[in-house]
Design a protein around this ligand. Structure first.
Ligand code: SF4
Ligand code: SF4
Length: 501
């Protein structure tokens, strides 16, 4: 072993007394971390290959396996962490950009965890959601400036196209290519059953999924993969992707080895070629250019589909959102810096962007100050982990949220953060046929339905506790929020008081 040797991050611990040498772990591990030794009739492990995905742990019939974090340590100090040293060794060896997947894991503040919800006590009584109606439906899209009535006093309902959701939650954009066919099928079927929407991401729409169109957001990204008239008309809404929280300011890259026959047909690119999404849209250099694309898409769909513009949360997000609201878009989706990804350069993922809580609060405030909040709905994503995060996001001004990583965890993802290798042992972020089969969409969609059914119950309970009986009454209701351990500036941006006030 020389300077290139890096001690493994995880160790596979096998209880030899329990192991019956069934070789399940060997068959299940796409990283080949387990090996059968014929001579000694024993299983051995190569810790260096383990990504800590827990597939072997979950399927070992005798519970003989566990994965532990290696106790091996560098002589660290508060400036040079073991991670920083390891990364230098890797780059000195490879000369390449470090790649990672899933969202930013660094120790920045999670504002959702520093915000507490209110509950009614004596006055303004709480509502029991089991006995009284509780409205979790939301309608996304531009709303009129004011209520108008005709000469007979009837309400004029001349609304631009709207999306109706049974709860303020949707599945965020994940392309066919970055995730498997079975993962897409699970998301599409769950969205249809729940009365919400899922999002194609930038990979086009597989022909088998056109039947879920009413529950589909079709995305148009800089690579324009799989975009054609039938595709645009097949969904309930169109999303222009300008940016993504995990990699603001850069494009995407799906390597050629992941572009098999089905994906090449769906994306409309040759089999085996790299799918490279450029960093910018080559026809958008201003809000006026964006406006042209918004209206081109509306024109192509007979003005029947609302258009979402998705951006990454970056430093001047409120000003950008103001421009988007004036571009004719019906919704703005903002993706925070903890948002997941199938692959991103580590430095970009971990050091660029903004926490979604601050971005959301500043966008909502700016649009209200400018009197244009009604022109767009705001959707936020970037690590919504629970129903409490959903309630806090709505109270900070969101109309709805996108969940991505939480949905994948429901499908079996163990957050091993190795999606970029294409060897997802849980059949999610992979195109390898033997691995894709491991995710059964009949089970997957049911687990997604269970997750969001549970969240919907919890949302109703939290709203009832506050004495609020509709999402509409919760939206932007910052009186329901208090900060803990936040400084004056943070409270000011979030637009909330400190706990105790
Ligand atoms: S799956 Fe469990 S019992 Fe089977 S070989 Fe591996 S460690 Fe042994
Ligand atoms: S999707 Fe698969 S590869 Fe990606 S983090 Fe989850 S388990 Fe790991």
């Amino acid at each position: 072993m020389g300077v290139q040797y890096i001690y493994p991050e995880y160790e596979i611990v096998r209880n030899q007394e329990r192991c019956i040498v069934c070789r399940v772990c060997e068959r299940q591990c796409a990283n080949e971390a387990h090996e059968y030794l014929k001579d000694s009739n024993k299983m051995v492990s190569d810790d260096a290959k383990c990504v800590n995905c827990h597939r072997c742990v979950a399927l070992c019939p005798t519970r003989a396996l566990k994965i532990v974090k290696s106790p091996h340590t560098f002589k660290e100090n508060s400036n040079w962490s073991g991670k920083a040293i390891n990364e230098i060794y890797k780059q000195a060896e490879s000369g390449g950009v470090l790649l990672s997947s899933m969202g930013n894991p660094e120790n920045y503040p999670v504002y959702f965890d520093k915000i507490l919800l209110n509950a009614s006590q004596v006055t303004n009584p709480s509502i029991d959601p089991l006995r009284e109606p509780m409205e979790t439906r939301v309608f996304l899209g531009a709303k009129p400036e004011k209520i108008e009535r005709d000469e007979k006093g009837r309400l004029i309902r001349n609304l631009p196209p709207q999306i109706q959701l049974s709860m303020p939650i949707m599945f965020s954009a994940m392309s066919y290519g970055s995730i498997s066919y079975n993962a897409h099928e699970s998301l599409a079927r769950a969205a249809a059953e729940l009365g919400i929407l899922y999002n194609t991401g930038e990979g086009g729409l597989h022909e088998d999924f056109y039947k879920y169109g009413k529950h589909t957001i079709v995305q148009v990204a800089s690579g324009r993969f799989g975009v054609h008239k039938a595709y645009l008309n097949s969904g309930a809404a169109i999303e222009i992707k300008m940016g993504q929280g995990a990699k603001p300011g850069i494009g995407g890259h799906l390597p050629g080895e992941k572009i098999g026959r089905d994906i090449s047909r769906t994306r409309m690119i040759p089999e085996g070629t790299d799918a490279i999404s450029p960093a910018p849209h080559h026809d958008i250099y201003s809000i006026e250019d964006l406006r042209q694309l918004v209206y081109s898409l509306k024109e192509a769909t007979n003005y029947e589909k609302p258009v979402i513009v998705k951006i990454a949360a970056v430093h001047n997000v409120a000003a950008i959102a103001s421009g988007i609201a004036r571009s004719g878009a019906d919704m703005i989706a903002i993706d925070g810096f903890r948002g997941g990804t199938g692959a991103a350069p580590t430095r970009i993922r971990d050091h660029v962007g903004l926490p979604i809580e601050l971005a959301l609060a500043s966008v909502d405030k700016r649009l209200r100050d400018e009197g244009i909040r009604n022109r767009v709905s705001i959707i936020v994503g970037g690590s919504i982990r629970s129903s409490a995060d959903v309630v806090k996001a709505v109270a900070l001004g969101a109309d709805a949220v996108y969940i991505g990583t939480a949905a994948l965890i429901a499908l079996g993802c163990h957050l091993c953060r190795s999606c970029h290798t294409g060897k997802c042992n849980w059949g999610i972020a992979t195109q390898r046929e033997d691995l894709v089969k491991r995710l059964n969409p009949n089970i997957g969609y049911k687990r997604l339905v269970n997750l969001l059914t549970a969240w919907q119950h919890e949302i109703k309970e939290m709203m009832g506790g506050m004495g609020i009986n509709s999402i509409e009454a919760l939206k932007g209701n910052r009186l329901m929020l208090r900060g803990v351990g936040l400084n004056e500036k943070e409270l000011e941006i979030l637009g909330i008081k400190h706990a105790g006030e």
